[in-house]
Design a protein around this ligand. Structure first.
Ligand code: AMP
Length: 341
């Protein structure tokens, strides 16, 4: 591999900056409408301009990437733009395990992998008729929280679901997954697992700022009742967090269980970056409501390294750079087959 490519969105800047720092040629698959933005950054060597990011599967893109001996770094936009079959059909080598991305997109497979990892997870509800307490209705795939809503009864669920149907955001119940709402302090735990060394590295933690649920706290309770609003959970940005040091042992234990479970369920396992997403309760116990089996945008915070990567590396190490470093080491050891699929 002599170049690193990614789609122009999500964490492309971090990924390509890291790739450049590790000596790779960098390629951005970029929608024409975003060209002006990305041209501002000199570490992007080549642009493949497209009308739609789906063109990454087309012959033209594939042959440019092949000529450049490129590897694609997958991120949330790849998952939200394409279905699993499309992603699996991409001819260009993909960093990590592309088969595990299906386990991220499909809610039932996702739950299976979390159960196999022995993570504490919120109960999922097979039917709205079972709502008996606060639940969150979530869309499938990497929707980024858009169109999610809360309900405490079946009646409330139906009212909100019908509004989303009228707005064309969901088609019906099959588009929504119901899960008990987990209360606590949210934390998104970022890891990197190296297939080359067999080591798990904890890279950082972030919190998400989501619109408009996170804006609601600024409005007095009476006004919250008066405005007829269905708050959504659309991610707008991320802020940093460091954990109490006493929580770290369990952070590593959860990550290791996840890596082990992925090895059993979806060969070749969880290679590269991933994220466990959930909340800490009053006893410091973590409930995981989600995972991402690839780099998350919350790592964009730590482009110069995080309070945790600084403990492992004596140089600024972003997640994007860590990915490029892994590809470089694999290439030098003739073990590229261990880090791409
Ligand atoms: P997700 O797409 O699952 O990452 O969810 C988007 C957002 O919805 C999260 O960042 C949380 O704010 C919220 N969320 C999702 N699932 C739960 C849950 N079970 N309990 C509490 N909040 C949740």
């Amino acid at each position: 591999m002599s170049s690193i490519a990614t789609l122009g969105s999500h964490c492309a800047l971090q990924v390509l900056k890291g790739a450049k720092d590790e000596g790779f040629k960098t390629i951005l698959i970029c929608e024409k409408k975003r060209e002006k933005l990305y041209r501002r950054f000199r570490f992007i060597d080549e642009f493949v301009l497209v009308d739609s990011l789906n063109e990454v599967m087309d012959k033209r893109c594939s042959s440019i990437l092949k000529e450049n001996n490129a590897v694609i770094i997958p991120h949330g936009t790849l998952i939200s733009q394409m279905n699993s079959t499309e992603i699996e059909s991409i001819k260009t080598p993909i960093f990590g395990n592309k088969w595990i991305l299906r386990w991220e997109s499909d809610r039932n497979m996702k739950e299976k992998l979390m159960v196999e990892s022995r993570l504490k997870i919120p109960r999922s509800l097979p039917s709205p008729s079972e709502i008996n307490g606060l639940v969150i209705a979530k869309r499938h795939g990497a929707a980024g929280g858009k169109g999610y809503f809360l309900a405490t009864s079946e009646e409330e669920y139906i009212k909100k679901r019908d509004k989303l149907i009228r707005e064309g955001i969901v088609k019906g119940d099959s588009d929504l997954y119901l899960q008990e709402y987990a209360l606590g302090v949210s934390a998104y735990l970022q890891y990197f697992y190296s297939e080359l060394t067999g080591e798990l590295e904890f890279f950082g933690v972030d919190r998400r700022y989501e619109s408009d649920i996170d804006g609601l706290g600024r409005i007095p309770a009476q006004d919250q009742i008066d405005v007829d609003l269905i708050p959504s959970f659309n991610v707008i940005g991320n802020s940093p967090l460091v954990l109490r040091e006493s929580l770290l042992e369990e952070v590593y234990a959860m990550g290791e269980r996840f890596v082990d479970a992925a090895k059993r369920l979806v060969a070749p396992g969880m290679t590269g970056p991933f994220c466990l997403e959930g909340v800490y309760d009053e006893n410091g116990k973590f409930t995981t409501f989600e995972f991402s089996a690839r780099i998350v945008a919350g790592t964009n915070l730590y482009i110069d390294g995080s309070p945790y990567s600084a403990l492992i590396y004596d140089e600024p190490m972003s997640m994007g750079r860590r990915i490029a470093r892994e590809i470089k080491i694999a290439k030098n050891k003739n073990q590229l087959d261990k880090v791409v699929t």
